[in-house]
Design a protein around this ligand. Structure first.
Ligand SMILES: C[S@@+](CC[C@H](N)C(=O)[O-])C[C@H]1O[C@@H](n2cnc3c(N)ncnc32)[C@H](O)[C@@H]1O
Length: 257
């Protein structure tokens, strides 16, 4: 069996939906990055802050690609806490996430959620999916969430074109939220060790490389710019804050013009 990112991430978050191959791979990465559990929790808390912020701005539709095995609170729980009528579409390519989709589909009756098993590398089929079209109105603003998933796209997959295809389908007033694995806050030695294990399945990138993927004529990067997830609006995060060198994820928020 091959380790899968969703189940490895579930293991680091303390979940039970993972197999020995996932745990072995997770431990290999953890040997090189002993603070990975701090990092994944920080990434999750960034997701919560960003969704809460967008719900506060009036966003009522969310497209969460690379949703992961459900870990409460999930995107719809955070969004519907602020606005029960929110609609959320989850997408993941791991069949195991599908077996847990019930937790993602437990929408507030005033809102709606849907789950698609699909691949981020095929944005056209995600956008054309009848279930997505029945749940989201693409003429109204949507928040596109790409949280800790773009680093599973290699440069050869052309992540910038994939993001552009998704952004092109969103009306003005939409938002894009993303986080991405990085080694830029680590000592060189640790970074080399991490790249050696990460490269098999994912591609960690610097903040500059991450930002380049989101360069699009209709995307405006919003404050505070590309930041470690730990320092993205830190005053609203659980305290105390860890140092950024323990948190190997960068984050960004952009508005669709
Ligand atoms: C690290 S988890 C992140 C989960 C959640 N977004 C979060 O940040 O808490 C990455 C998720 O992306 C999914 N994934 C990886 N590559 C994908 C692809 N090409 N298409 C769709 N999902 C993908 C994995 O199955 C996994 O569930």
């Amino acid at each position: 069996m091959v380790a899968h990112p969703a189940r490895r991430y579930d293991y680091w978050l303390g979940g039970k939906d993972n197999f020995e191959a996932d745990r072995a791979s997770a431990r290999e990465i953890e040997k090189r990055m002993p603070t990975i559990r701090v990092a994944v929790h920080e990434n999750r808390w960034f997701l919560h802050r960003a969704v809460r912020h967008l719900a506060g701005l009036g966003i009522r539709q969310f497209l969460d690609i690379g949703s992961g095995i459900p870990t409460s609170p999930n995107t719809h729980e955070v969004a519907q806490q602020g606005a029960p009528s929110s609609h959320v579409v989850y997408v993941d390519n791991d069949p195991m996430v599908l077996t847990h989709a019930r937790a993602l589909l437990a929408s507030d009756p005033r809102g709606r959620t849907a789950y698609l098993q699909a691949d981020l590398r095929d944005p056209a089929s995600i956008l054309a999916d009848p279930e997505l079209r029945a749940t989201l109105d693409l003429n109204q603003p949507v928040a596109l969430l790409l949280i800790a998933v773009v680093h599973f796209l290699r440069d050869a997959d052309d992540p910038r074109a994939i993001v552009a295809a998704l952004v092109d389908a969103l009306p003005p007033g939409s938002f894009v939220v993303a986080s991405h694995g990085t080694d830029e806050y680590m000592p060189a030695e640790q970074s080399a060790a991490l790249r050696a294990v990460a490269d098999a399945q994912s591609q960690i990138r610097t903040g500059t490389e991450f930002a380049e993927i989101f360069q699009h004529p209709r995307l405006e990067l919003l404050a505070p710019g590309v930041q470690s997830v730990a320092s993205w609006w830190p005053e609203q995060a659980p305290q105390p804050r860890p140092p950024v060198d323990q948190v190997a994820f960068n984050a960004l928020l952009a508005r669709v013009k």
